[in-house]
Design a protein around this ligand. Structure first.
Ligand code: ATP
Ligand code: MG
Length: 141
């Protein structure tokens, strides 16, 4: 089984029905929830997590948004967990998601390209890094 980090972002956690729908989607798609927690980032956490995007035009609004309220983080296990979760999320940009992948999470619930409901690790390397970022007590090595 492969592990991935999935995050329900502040826009989706703020809406109880969307949070519940996303939780159900995780279970329906045969992911095992290894760990989960609700967390609020300080601005500095947000800046550190998204350091790779520093300088991009959306960096400030991304950092601001991700430290604007509670999030729910999950360590999920499944065969092909990384690609399967990213497939369920759909493309980063909400309007693109609606056009090319209408059934996906971002197509259904995304508000804007920044407030796009969910995060998912994009490789085994980033999954490992991101899991220890959110769950420092969880050893994946
Ligand atoms: P994530 O890393 O959140 O799973 P992703 O891998 O699909 O999403 P990245 O390119 O890593 O997308 O961007 C990280 C986040 O930055 C996006 O999820 C989104 O919130 C924000 N973002 C990315 N591109 C844009 C953009 N063009 N305009 C506004 N916000 C953006
Ligand atoms: Mg990414």
């Amino acid at each position: 089984l492969q592990l991935t980090l999935a995050v329900i972002k502040p826009d989706a956690v703020a809406h109880p029905l969307i949070l519940e729908a996303l939780h159900q989607k995780i279970l329906e798609n045969k992911f095992i929830i290894v760990k989960s927690k609700d967390i609020i980032w300080r601005r500095a956490d947000s800046e550190r997590f998204y350091a790779e995007h520093k300088g991009r035009f959306f960096y400030q609004r991304l950092v601001e948004f991700m430290s604007s309220g509670p999030m729910r983080a999950y360590v999920l296990a499944r065969e092909e967990a990384i690609s399967q979760w990213r497939e369920l999320m759909g493309p980063t940009k909400v309007f693109r998601a609606r056009y090319v992948a209408p059934g996906t999470i971002r197509a259904q619930f995304g508000l804007t390209d920044t407030r796009n409901t969910t995060h998912g690790s994009d490789s085994e390397e980033s999954a490992q890094k991101e899991i220890s970022f959110f769950f420092p007590e969880f050893c994946v090595a």
